[in-house]
Each structure stands twice: as C-alpha cells, then as structure tokens.
Ligand binder design. Structure first.
Ligand code: EPU
Length: 351
C-alpha cells in the first residue's frame, strides 16, 4: 500500500530528534508499490530523499521535497552449504535485530557490526563498517528500485562500488531505493579481533569477562560494551554516531600532523600506487583523536556537545535546534581546519 502525507512531522524519524517536517512523505510496504510511484507522484521536479530510520540523517530544517520511506519486511535463509548460509533480508528490518539473529544462530560475519542503529537498507548506502568488519565483507547482492528507469535492478557486490563509507547509492543520492540484500554468513567460527585503539581493543575488552576460545556471543558482547562507552543512549539523546569522516591525507600531510601529534596512529590505504608519491592519498587518520587534541572531547555548547569518550560523536542533549547543531559542527570543522589545515567532511547525510 502507498500512503502519501503532506507536512509530515519527522521528529521521530531523524537521528537528532529535530522537530522538522517534510513537505511530502510517501510510505510504501510492498515491492510492487514502487512501480506505481511515478503515476502517483512527480518525482522529477522536487528533491527526493530516501529515509529509513533516519539514524544517519541531519535535517537542516524542514524538507521541501519528497521523502520516500519504504517499509518492506522479511528475513529468509535462501541457500545453505556445509560452511555458509545465504540470508535475504528486507530493507525495513532493524539492523541491530538482524545482527542478533545471526549471533543467536552462530552465523559469523556481522557480529562486529552489532549495535549500529538503523535499517538494513541503509547499511549498504554508507557501507557500514566498525571494529574490523565491513558490510561489503559479507554482502553478496542486493535489489534496488531505480527511480529514473522505473524498474528493479540487481546489484552484485562489485556493482555497489563500495569504498570507505561510500557506495553508488550514496553518490547517486535519491536515485536508488534498496529493497533487500543478501549476505553470506559463515557457519564455521571466523572471528575478527583486529580492532585496536589508543584506549584498548577487542581483546582487552574480552579479557574482562571471558577467556579463549571466544564465542560469537562473546565478541558481540565485547563490541556492545565498547560502543556503550563511546555513544550516548540514542533512545534518550540525539546522535548520528561519527558526525565526520576520518580524513584521507597524503604522506606529506601525515608527516606534518605527526610532528604536532606524537604517536598518532593511522591506516595506510590499500592501493599500492598511492604510496609512491608524497602528494597522493596515502592514509586515513583518526579525526576523533585529533579533535581530542584540540579540546573537543566532551565539549558542550548549549544543547549540543561531543561524547565525553569520543570527540567525533556529536550529541544533542535536549531540544537542540538544527541551527545549534549546524553552528556547533561548523565550529568543529573550522577549528580542525585551523589546527591541521585539513577539511573535515561530514559522514552524516545533511539534508
Ligand atoms: N580517539 C581518541 N579520542 C577520541 C576519539 C578517538 O583518542 O575522542 C582515538 C581512539 O582511541 C582510536 C582512534 O582515535 O585510537 C580511532 O577512534 P575509534 O576507534 O573510536 O574509531 P573512529 O575512527 O573514530 C570509526 C568509525 C565508527 C566505528 C569505529 C570503530 C568513521 C567515521 N567512524 O570511528 O563508525 O564505530 O571506527 O571501528 O569511520 C559511524 O560511522 O557513525 C561510526 C560510529
């Protein structure tokens, strides 16, 4: 069924719980509804934004275009082999519940992605990744409705053009609506403990309550504990996790920053070609660490602040307005630019 609303309130559908409205809001709950969309609504003359649960969206104010909110449910094991299960999951399923389902069934591959709020359909858009795992490691294929061509398309992993917090769906914003995805999870234990940080890693956390060999449930529990320390309770406060991307810098820039921030860890990019020249993208650097160095950890201005344990995480503590959040994050950007001569690019979708 398709439902169309005018001046729809979005307070319950955005990460910062902002009291904003959408000029037009369209919800659909069956795949066949999509094909009727162009007959019912003119999608070409207004901006279109596809909204799941809204956990990675910051509305600067009322949205003057059309919001499409698909609501298709279902989880199904579509294929099994001795070592793997292929699971097809519809876009409106809750990502956290889906990870719980996998963990409960001892299916390995997404347990480190536990406790990331949002819908399944949003996961490929920014290629969610955390604590050593990325969605692209297990994603096999997905289906998306193409608004321009008014038809469904199948994308295999390669077609999704995944990279760090990026995909074709993020780059061609407002064109594709993901309806379901298929992941291949391992029945054989395959754990990833590689994540480490300046303040400890997964293994340090595991040691606090368990001992090897660690189960998939142990891993999920360790990640949950780490995440709960860094992020405020998003049911209570407004937050979209990391507000900015970790910057990608050249070797020259990295050396400059390391002169100022001793011992700064970084992640070299995988492509060998990028390493040979000093002016090519070379490494990803932790914006949170650099923000902490310049006094942005646990900083607060009126109703907006950063998490006391993670400077990259912006939090609305109450009734922050879009302007307050914008002022706060612009200040973060400009002080970062001044200190390091590097631009912070938002990770959150700003609409
Ligand atoms: N750090 C500090 N101070 C801070 C924040 C971080 O010193 O205030 C240090 C950490 O101790 C660590 C390093 O900086 O040594 C990196 O921090 P962290 O491990 O917390 O991860 P991140 O790079 O800030 C990224 C993702 C997160 C993901 C984590 C864990 C981005 C933009 N963010 O954050 O994803 O959970 O890695 O893998 O890439 C999100 O996208 O919303 C998100 C939360």
């Amino acid at each position: 069924m398709i439902r169309i609303y005018k001046d729809f309130p979005l307070a319950k559908k955005n990460a910062f719980k902002l009291d904003v409205k959408a000029y037009c809001f369209v919800s659909l709950n069956q795949k066949k509804d999509f094909l009727r969309l162009p007959k019912l609504i003119d999608l070409k003359s207004s901006p279109v934004y596809i909204l799941g649960q809204g956990y990675n969206t910051f509305f600067k104010g009322d949205f003057q275009g059309i919001i499409i909110h698909p609501n298709i449910k279902g989880v199904k094991i579509v294929k099994e082999s001795k070592n793997f299960s292929w699971i097809k999951v519809a876009q409106a399923e809750d990502w956290i519940k889906f990870v719980k389902f996998a963990v409960r069934n001892n299916l390995y591959g997404i347990e480190n992605l536990t406790l990331i709020p949002g819908s399944v359909g949003a996961a490929p858009v920014q290629n969610i990744s955390a604590y050593g795992q990325s969605l692209e490691d297990t994603l096999v294929s997905l289906t998306a409705y193409d608004i321009i061509e008014n038809r469904f398309k199948k994308f295999n992993k390669r077609d999704c053009q995944f990279s760090y917090r990026d995909s074709i769906f993020k780059r061609e914003k407002g064109r594709y609506i993901i309806t379901d995805l298929t992941v291949r999870l391992s029945k054989k234990p395959k754990i990833n403990l590689s994540y480490n940080s300046r303040y400890g890693g997964i293994t340090d956390e595991l040691k606090k309550f368990s001992h090897p060999p660690y189960s998939i449930q142990d891993i999920a529990r360790a990640i949950t504990r780490i995440r709960k320390r860094k992020f405020p309770d998003w049911k209570k406060y407004g937050t979209a996790g990391s507000f900015f991307l970790n910057p990608i810098v050249t070797k020259r820039q990295l050396l400059e920053i390391q002169k100022r921030v001793k011992g700064l860890e970084y992640f070299p990019l995988e492509n060998e070609n990028t390493r040979s020249r000093p002016d090519q993208p070379y490494a990803k650097i932790p914006a949170g660490w650099l923000l902490e160095e310049i006094g942005w950890k646990g900083k607060r201005i009126k109703n907006v602040g950063t998490s006391p344990n993670q400077a990259l995480v912006v939090v609305s503590y109450g009734n922050a307005t879009p302007d307050e959040i914008q002022d706060f994050t612009q200040k973060m950007q400009s002080e970062f630019q001044k200190a390091y001569k590097i631009k912070l690019i938002p990770e959150v979708n700003i609409v």
